[in-house]
Design a protein around this ligand. Structure first.
Ligand code: ATP
Ligand code: MG
Length: 417
């Protein structure tokens, strides 16, 4: 679990504000859920025989003896909240949330025990149009973040649960013949969650999988039509993708469309966004049958990618724009008044007031360290004359005398260049 330090928060804010802006543009509404839910909610939604429920959840008993769990993902809580507050009945919803998630995994680059997701969930829309919208939206997001061309989209259809059941049987029959050649994890999954064997990375298992039956051959007509139409919509929108028949996703609640946005720049932890359709989940959790589709993005991985590619925009930093100094006790109150007037006039600029006293030299040193472009110097002489000293800190230009009444407009002009 990581501390996110002041040097890192600007890039977090950049990602969060960009996502917020793009989602707002598409009419998505934010929902905020608790970080803790009843353990049972996750067991029933994610599935008993998934990695998350089997070995990754932070589960504890509270003082009432209830079993609670720190949320390992957001979909279950979002469905619970939406259902509980009547957001789903007879209506469509486009929701999003962001926040920490918790999984007890082996920590490594791009994989942490507390990590952050931005999740999007849409309810009440059955067709491939909303699937396509989610992918068009994410493509825009990559562009806005400067990641265009650095992520690729893989999609698949895993059909209805009946289609998957038939396929599962065929797959198990096939793999049983070569059981000894499978890795230990896959052998175990043969009984519990055989579809997950499809995305095994083990070379010997991969070799066996080459001859395995394909899920595609078991797809039901409805899922096939849905998938074909989705592909047409993506083609028309100019979204590139590849169909990956081995893409199954690890959570039980998915059906029909599944997708992942992957980067090749982060090694094994390359999935930055993953999701799909989960039409059965709301009913499974006790609600009325409600179509749903959504995705989750891993914020740490997105940030790692921005850093690796060195595409973080210059304006994303902690730098001050103006640093206002006050030389001597008598300059303190007027310096605050001046700084306030600058904040009113230059609303997008960071105006830092020097606090803590000190010599001219030490105040100028702090001004320099703030990375401000200008220091405003207010001492006894300037007070007497109604002026300030305006010192450019990043350019080889001399300090000049500016009337206090003109300072805001002088700075505003200066920041245009
Ligand atoms: P993986 O196959 O990498 O374990 P997953 O299928 O468990 O991923 P999801 O539950 O679909 O992942 O979560 C969606 C996204 O959240 C992932 O694609 C990834 O970007 C991010 N994510 C998942 N687990 C972690 C983690 N432990 N640390 C950081 N990011 C994570
Ligand atoms: Mg995982």
């Amino acid at each position: 679990m990581n501390d996110i330090l002041p040097e890192q928060t600007p890039v977090w804010q950049f990602v969060e504000s960009t996502v917020r802006k793009v989602l707002a543009q598409y009419g998505y509404q934010e929902i905020r859920m608790p970080i803790v839910e009843q353990t049972d909610l996750f067991k029933r939604s994610i599935g008993e025989v998934t990695d998350i429920v089997e070995k990754e959840m932070y589960t504890f008993e509270d003082r009432n003896g209830d079993s609670l769990t720190l949320r390992p993902e957001g979909t279950a809580g979002c469905v619970r909240a939406a259902e509980e507050h009547g957001l789903l009945f007879n209506q469509t919803r486009r929701l999003w949330y962001t926040g920490p998630m918790f999984r007890h995994e082996r920590p490594q680059k791009g994989r942490y025990r507390q990590f952050h997701q931005i999740g999007v969930e849409c309810f009440g829309m059955a067709g491939p149009d909303i699937d396509a919208e989610l992918l068009i939206l994410t493509a825009r997001l990559w562009k806005e973040l400067g990641l265009e061309g650095h992520t690729r989209l893989e999609i698949n259809s895993i059909g209805t649960s009946e289609a998957r059941r038939a396929y599962r049987e065929a797959l198990v029959d096939y793999l049983e013949q070569d059981k000894a050649g499978l890795d230990a994890d896959s052998q175990r999954r043969l009984q519990t969650n055989p579809l997950r064997i499809l995305d095994s990375k083990n070379p010997s298992t991969r070799k066996i999988l080459e001859g395995a039956p394909s899920l595609d051959d078991y797809l039901d007509d409805e899922s096939r039509i849905h998938f074909d139409r989705l592909r047409e919509l993506l083609d028309a929108a100019g979204i590139n993708y590849t169909v990956n028949p081995a893409l199954v996703r690890g959570l039980d609640y998915y059906g029909k469309t599944v997708f992942e946005w992957i980067t090749d720049s982060l090694g094994a932890q390359g999935t930055v966004c993953a999701g799909g359709r989960y039409d059965g989940l709301v009913e499974q959790l006790g609600g009325k049958p409600t179509c749903a589709v959504g995705f989750a993005m891993g914020v740490e991985r997105l940030i790692l990618l921005l850093e690796t590619l060195e595409v973080i925009p210059d304006h994303v930093n902690n730098n001050a724009d103006v640093y206002v100094t006050a030389m001597g006790e008598s300059a303190m109150a007027p310096a605050f008044a001046l700084a306030e007037s600058l904040r009113s006039a230059l609303v997008d600029r960071v105006v830092v007031s020097h606090c803590g006293g000190g010599s001219f030299k030490s105040q100028m040193k702090k001004a320099d360290r703030s990375a401000a472009r200008y220091a405003v110097i207010l001492g006894e002489n300037e007070l007497a004359n109604g002026t300030v000293g305006l010192k450019p800190l990043r350019a080889d230009e001399p300090q000049r005398e500016v009337l206090q009444s003109e300072l805001a407009s002088v700075l505003s002009e200066a920041f245009k260049h």
